[in-house]
Design a binder for this molecule. Structure first.
Ligand code: HBI
Ligand code: FE
Length: 352
C-alpha cells in the first residue's frame, strides 16, 4: 500500500477528493495556510508594526519548514511577548479556578508541574508533546511511575487553515498549533488563534482520554466528508472544543433550573478558557446556554468577532461522544475509514 499520496491524485477505490491517509500527509495540510504574517489584515492590531510583521514571518517560515516526526523548534520569546503572556496568564488562572471543569484544572496543574507553565515562561510545544504521550518518573532505585496520557500531538502551523485541513489533523490525534504571540497592543484581544489561546485554552484537555477520543472522532468523520457535512462538523467542533460547557445537574433537575449560569455550569471550551471577557460573559451573565444536541448545534452560526449568541452544554465528555457518534453515523460517505494506531494511518474501505 502506498505510504504517500499527492493531493489531487484521486483515490482509485473511492474516486473522492484527496485527504490525508497517513500522519505524514499532514505535512501537506500544514502548508495550505490561509493567512499568516505578511498578509495581516488592515484591521489586525499588528498591521502597521513592521517589527511584529517580521517576527510573524519568522514564525511562519519555521512552521512551513516543519515535518512530522521532527522535534519542534524551541522558541526564544522576547520580553514583550513574555509580558503579554504573563498579563493574560494571571487573569485567566484566576477565572479558571472559578469556572473551568475539573479535568481541565487537574491537567493544567500537571502542565505547570511538567511543562514549564508559569506566569514568567511561555511553554514549549515540544515539552507538551512529550507530556501528552505520557511520562515516567523515578521514585527510587527500584520504583518508577508511568503516567500515560493520550498520545495527542501538537505541531506548529503558520496560521489559519481551512476547516477541512484543520479537522483532518484531529483524525490523527494531531493538533495544529500556532507558536506566535498576539500583538502586545491589546493582550486581551486577538482576531486569530495565537499560542496564548492554544496553550492556555486547548492543551490541558488533550491530556484527557474522553476529550481526546471525542476530538479524534470529529476528525475521522471529516475525512472525505461532503462540503455540507464538513461545515456541520466544523460547527460542532466550534461549539464544543472551542465554546463548550458541562453541567453535572441530575437530568435537568427542576431544583436547579433557576440557578445562575455560574452555579450550574463548568467550562471546557478553549475559546472561553482563553478569553477573560467572553468567559465572564458566558458564566457570570445571563447568556443563553442550551443542551448540546448536534441537530440543533449545526443550525447555530459561529461568530468570530463578537461573543457567541448561544452556548451548548453536555453532562460530560462521554455524553458528548455518544451524541456526536449518533450524529456522524447518519452522515453518508461512499467509504468507511478505519484508523490504525500502529501505523498511524487510515484504511479506506469501500462501502458500496
Ligand atoms: N486553523 N490554525 C487553525 N486554528 C484553528 O483553530 C482553526 C483553523 N482552521 C479552521 C478552524 N479553526 C475552524 O473552522 C474550526 O471550526 C474547525
Ligand atoms: Fe482554538
Amino acid at each position: 500500500k502506498e505510504q504517500y499520496t499527492e493531493p489531487g491524485s484521486d483515490d482509485a477505490t473511492t474516486g473522492s477528493e484527496w485527504f490525508p491517509k497517513s500522519i505524514y500527509d499532514l505535512d501537506i495540510c500544514a502548508k495550505r495556510v490561509i493567512m499568516y504574517g505578511a498578509g495581516l489584515d488592515a484591521d489586525h492590531p499588528g498591521f502597521k508594526d513592521k517589527e511584529y510583521r517580521e517576527r510573524r514571518m519568522m514564525f511562519g517560515e519555521l512552521a512551513l519548514q516543519y515535518k512530522h516526526g521532527e522535534p519542534i523548534p524551541r522558541i526564544e520569546y522576547t520580553d514583550s511577548e513574555r509580558k503579554t503572556w504573563g498579563v493574560i496568564y494571571r487573569k485567566l488562572r484566576e477565572l479558571h479556578k472559578k469556572y473551568a471543569c475539573k479535568q481541565f484544572l487537574d491537567n493544567f496543574d500537571l502542565l505547570e508541574r511538567h511543562c514549564g507553565y508559569s506566569e514568567n515562561n511561555i511553554p514549549q510545544l515540544e515539552d507538551i508533546c512529550k507530556f501528552l504521550k505520557g511520562f515516567s518518573r523515578s521514585l527510587g532505585p527500584n520504583e518508577s511511575l508511568f503516567s500515560a496520557k493520550t498520545g495527542f500531538r501538537v505541531r506548529p502551523v503558520a496560521g489559519y487553515l481551512s476547516a477541512r485541513d484543520f479537522l483532518a489533523g484531529l483524525a490523527y490525534r494531531v493538533f495544529f498549533c500556532t507558536q506566535y504571540v498576539r500583538h502586545h497592543a491589546d493582550p486581551f484581544y486577538t482576531p486569530e488563534p495565537d499560542t496564548v489561546h492554544e496553550l492556555m485554552g486547548h492543551m490541558a484537555l488533550f491530556a484527557d482520554p474522553d476529550f481526546a477520543q471525542f476530538s479524534q472522532e470529529i476528525g475521522l468523520a471529516s475525512l472525505g466528508a461532503s462540503e455540507e457535512d464538513l461545515k456541520k462538523l466544523a460547527t460542532l467542533y466550534f461549539f464544543s472544543i472551542e465554546f463548550g460547557l458541562s453541567s453535572d445537574d441530575a437530568a435537568d433537575s427542576p431544583m436547579k433550573e433557576h440557578g445562575s449560569n455560574n452555579e450550574r455550569f463548568k467550562v471546557y471550551g478553549a475559546g472561553l478558557l482563553s478569553s477573560a471577557g467572553e468567559l465572564q460573559h458566558a458564566v457570570e451573565g445571563s447568556a443563553t446556554i442550551i443542551r448540546f444536541d448536534p441537530d440543533r448545534v449545526v443550525e447555530q452560526e459561529c461568530l468570530i468577532t463578537t461573543f457567541q449568541s448561544a452556548y451548548f452544554y453536555t453532562r460530560n465528555f462521554e455524553e458528548a461522544q455518544q451524541k456526536l457518534r449518533m450524529f456522524t453515523n447518519n452522515m453518508k460517505r461512499p467509504f468507511i475509514v478505519r484508523y490504525n494506531p500502529y501505523t498511524e494511518s487510515v484504511e479506506v474501505l469501500n462501502n458500496s
